[in-house]
Design a protein around this ligand. Sequence first.
Ligand code: XUL
Ligand code: CO
Length: 439
Amino acid sequence: MSYFDNIQTIKYEGKQSNNPLSFKFYNPDQVILGKTMREHLRFAIAYWHSFSANGSDPFGSGTMLRTWDKYDGMDLAKARVEACFELLNILDVDYFAFHDRDIAPEGSTLQETNRNLDEIVALIKDNMKSSGKKLLWNTANMFTNPRFVHGAATTNNADVFAYAAAQVKKALEHGKELGSENYVFWGGREGYETLLNTDLGLELDNLARFLHMAVDYAKEIGFDAQFLIEPKPKEPSKHQYDFDAATTLSFLQKYDLLPYFKLNLEANHATLAGHTFEHELRVARINGVLGSIDANQGDMLLGWDTDEFPTDLYATTLAMYEILLNEGGIGRGGVNFDAKVRRTSFEPVDVVYAHIAGMDSFARGLQVAAKLIEDRVFDNILDTRYASFKSGIGADIVSGKANFKTLEAYALQNSNNIVNQSGRLELIKATLNQYIINV
Ligand code: XUL
Ligand code: CO
């Protein structure tokens, strides 16, 4: 039984191929800077977009033609597991990621919900064993059910906080059961609609309490996944506490959580925060917390989280540049396609085309970024641009020798000799173009 029209495993055919069901750039075994593409990229499929979502939007109902939708309840949940492992095989992708509520329906009590989950987790475990596929991360959905209307760890209702704790406890147990490599916290409703009814201090303190409890419980059960926070500035809440990488970093620092967390950065969340993706990755990288990425892209003309499959080679190149420069690369993280086909791309084969497009875009980005590093293109630019800090007064500043008095003495005798150099922005962008086109 095939859920994807018996499509066979996609192979690398190279950039001349016009077979739409082939990789043009993603060659899993190609070695780049000492590692294979497969090892650099660690692609993952997002369960919620490809198996649970139906293409509905605020103006219309679902459009997706999904062969598993003829089932419902637990039968649907089981069919989705089969479909997921079929797609992993078709794409030759090693990892997947899910929220608890994507994989199994909620029951009428928490007990029944947990029983449903246990059953599907056991089925997933069997499939992982027979296929060798792995879980990049799991997470708890604490934003869909109406009980989370005021948030989960940052709710005003202590009963909801307790429920959320029970839900994450179970998710951590399932993460351990499946050998998940990471565990993600994304707080869709951890934020506020208006400060007029919000105790900001208590909500943030409670969020920290919640995360410490999660760290403690994972330790207690021996779940050694990397914990990740996924920043997003807004949507569904008007203001979300994990606004961006910098805000999340200072939160982690303030509450002594920094040793336990890294960041899972998502391209479209970066742009919603008014940043480029590479900005978020750079901020994380220089602070040692670049953990994993959710690969997608927004639409320049729309102001919301469109979660499109990534096809912008500038963005994938600059993202891969940061990842290659990160210590250990993507490490235990991966490139998770938190992306959905457009509502108008409703056939199962579109899901395959979409992933091929995303994988090829990241593979190409990896090739170009590696060449930029090999040729020291940006290194040379930085060396020249910051040369004044290598010797003389600049070296004194960097080494800590200088103070306001020595700097004043220097400035007083040097004030007529200040010469700035051009930033050469347009030349740099043209050089980047050349690399993207020619590598
Ligand atoms: C929402 C989003 C989530 C997280 C996991 O914008 O990105 O799907 O990745 O909860
Ligand atoms: Co995401």
